[in-house]
Design a protein around this ligand. Structure first.
Ligand SMILES: [Zn+2]
Ligand SMILES: [Zn+2]
Length: 396
């Protein structure tokens, strides 16, 4: 068996150079012309025949020519509308846009994996499909790629991805993090629009005040979290925006509030969504108004498959050593690899790119965040090692 840590070290400088190039030209959502061209060009140089599917999605297949299963390896490529203030010499050259979530490190790492595995194709059985995805930070990139057939021909049997983790306590650079089962929450963004009846501030009895209704809805919604969800389950129902009225002496016609629902369990998520609608509509009706609930975006929880996850984590431990792996707790954030995991069993690992004790104090999505690039090689090595091991263990 090839030592993939050594293989990753051989191309480490190249991977970091790719990352820095991507870092300087971050692109948003589903519009990634420079990034996709970069990925396509490098894949072609390695001997792949990459294909663009949907807007800005890139796929490439490495077929060993031997019978076996198909493993999907995924990286996201999009950046954030956050100006960069890291002070790095290779900072973003695009005003107001930066790779503050480290997707540039994911893209560069997966390109590295593609390079190593092409060189060691003879070790493989079955196929590997590379998925370079746009629109993770909004835009529904994973879902779009699924709708465009990323999981078909060849059909995918299992999947794997990495996301960076930074600025934690005692999760040193290069550590591979794993969470069994649900690791990240679902995220359903909603808007409640309340229609009342406008009136002069001097005669509230002739109107229906949507502000009063919005306030009542806000209070009533608290009961979902306080007394309706199962005791042991996590739920975060947050209202982050409320808007109504233009003047203190006039009752407006309508108003709205926006928020999000996050949960690890599908049943809790479904309960919260159903009750949100009931409470909003019935509260509004009680005061003679009406409420309309719409979901602006919906994302399931990110759930690692026990079998594939545990097996891949064993391979990771075997490669980097027990000390460089860690079980990590669930987090209430979300990740749209969940859409792929809903269709195909798989795992999303974490790769530490710096922790607080090492001098990396800023979390991702912060304009000052800096990632420790020396951790990237471990994700490259683990990706490659797991792919070879899994495909051989499950060969037909
Ligand atoms: Zn992010
Ligand atoms: Zn991210």
């Amino acid at each position: 068996m090839v030592d993939f840590i050594k293989e990753a070290e051989k191309i480490e400088n190249e991977v970091i150079a790719w990352r820095r190039e991507l870092h300087q030209y971050p692109e948003l959502l589903l519009d990634l012309p420079k990034t996709t061209e970069f990925v396509m060009t490098h894949l072609k140089e390695m001997g792949y025949e990459p294909e663009c599917i949907c807007q800005s999605g890139v796929i490439a297949v490495l077929d060993s020519g031997k019978p076996g299963k198909t493993l999907l390896l995924r990286a996201d490529m999009d950046a954030l509308p956050i100006p960069e203030e890291s002070g790095l010499p290779f900072s973003s050259k695009v005003p107001g846009v930066s790779h503050a979530c480290g997707h540039d490190t994911h893209t560069a790492a997966l390109l590295g994996v593609a390079k190593i595995l092409m060189e060691h194709k003879s070790l493989l059985k079955g196929r590997i499909k590379f998925m370079f995805q746009p629109g993770e930070e909004g835009g529904g990139g994973a879902k779009l790629m699924i709708e465009s057939g990323v999981l078909k021909s060849p059909d995918i049997d299992a999947c794997m991805a990495f996301h960076q983790v930074v600025a934690r306590n005692h999760v040193p650079t290069g550590v591979i993090g794993y969470t069994r089962g649900a690791m990240m929450a679902s995220a359903d963004m909603f808007r409640i629009t309340v229609h009342g009846k406008s009136a002069h501030g001097a005669s509230p009895e002739s109107g229906i005040n949507p502000i009063q209704i919005l306030c009542q809805i806000y209070h009533n919604l608290q009961s979902i979290e306080c007394s309706e969800k199962p005791r042991g389950s996590a739920l975060a129902l947050t209202i982050g925006q409320i808007n109504a009225g233009k003047a203190g002496n006039a009752i407006p016609e309508s108003g709205f509030m926006c928020g999000s629902i996050r949960a690890y369990e599908e049943s809790v998520r479904a309960l919260a969504k159903r009750r949100l609608k009931e409470i909003a509509e019935q509260t509004a009706a009680m005061y003679g108004g009406n409420a309309e609930v719409i979901f602006l975006s919906e994302l399931p929880a990110t759930v690692n498959d026990y079998e594939v996850g545990d097996e891949m984590f064993e391979y990771a431990k075997e490669l980097v050593g027990e000390k460089m792996t860690m079980m990590l707790p669930q987090i209430m954030g979300s990740e749209d690899f969940s859409e792929v995991l809903k269709e195909v069993p798989g795992v999303l690992f974490r790769i530490s790119l710096g922790d607080k004790q090492e001098g990396y104090p800023y979390i991702s999505h912060n304009s000052k965040v800096v990632f420790n690039e020396s951790g990237i090689k471990n994700s490259v090595a683990v990706f490659a090692h797991c792919a070879v091991k899994w495909l051989n263990a499950h060969s037909i």
